[in-house]
Design a protein around this ligand. Sequence first.
Ligand code: ADP
Length: 200
Amino acid sequence: MTGDIRWHPGSADAALRARCAGQRGLTVWLTGLSGAGKSTIAVAAERALLEKGCLAMRLDGDNLRHGLNAGVGFDEAGRAEAVRRAGEAALLLAECGAVAIVAMISPYRADRDRVRARHAEAGIPFLEAFVDVPLAVAESRDPKGLYAKARRGEIAGFTGIDAPYEAPVSAELHLRTGLDTAESCVAALVAGTISASRGA
Ligand code: ADP
């Protein structure tokens, strides 16, 4: 209970929703440096899952900042709030039976762990996918020109340059985009997602 606001229990449960949706919902959370390949992999994985008949919905960190996370800052507190909101949105989608694919730098381990804990409380699987690339490779890709801006001092608090990135310690999936092709990273993500969705 939060103050005078009480939790109103429902009479439907995850099993009933899963029967209706024909699948068990879960969240796949892609975390990594800017330029690591999160969005690229999430876009292709969403498409591949849908084409296989698996209902999937992508929540891209940048896109969320146009709506759900509009006005939220990029400092530590802002990032925590952006991750919390994305996590809650993903949880709702997953509770409804969809595969929620979140692509978000989400640089702080504690923020990601809170989302994991919220999923555990709700009995919804949470797969953390570490989109792993050396900083030098991400910076050489610089798909949005943001590293160049950060190096010029035009962006403050840029992850990997003047703000930390805390890598996962026990991610369910580890995608090394500096070594493996985008196609094989997508295939690994899709395979891991489908087996978790079936096994859940
Ligand atoms: P992020 O969402 O992590 O900021 P993007 O997906 O926007 O990163 O950009 C990653 C860039 O790296 C894209 O230009 C993509 O084509 C390229 N890239 C090279 N190899 C890979 C790979 N194995 N997986 C994903 N992206 C890759």
